[in-house]
Design a protein. Sequence first.
Length: 179
Amino acid sequence: MKKETLYKGNIFTLNRERLHDHDWEIIRHPGGVGVQVVRDGKMLFVRQYRPAVNACTLEIPAGKLEYGEDPLTCGLRELNEETGLTCSSMTLIQKFWSTPGFCDEMLYIYQAHDPEPALHRLDPDPDEDLELVWLDLPEALAMAQRNEICDGKTLIAVYLAVLEHTGGCRFSDTGAAGE
């Protein structure tokens, strides 16, 4: 396979890669982690402005992996940085490619267990201006259905939280959904 780097930035690299006599433009990205936090029937979101879509979004706490970083470590860090919370443990509940047609970004969603305020809060990234929002699960589901929540990782986390809290599925310690 022939590979040419067209752009290398802080967040991703854009390559032109030749495979089977066809050129592909592929974004190489280290991936990201989102954390589903549910306590007392309410789910935690962060509201933030996203320049790429010129809108304020409601998302689960999340962040970019550093190359080679363990997703669980990233999830614990992002939970603390964005919300000031820590947890007793996390379970991987879903992993998926965001847009496999042109990007290798893998996203991981963890479920936080026993969330509580962190004794030592990490500083959020300098470009983050976040508002914490707790929503009842039925309200979060209704917002997703009205397209008021449009972030893919967050939609998956909402639907999985509703399924689990209505008895539709349970998550094991290995991260597999089961009955």
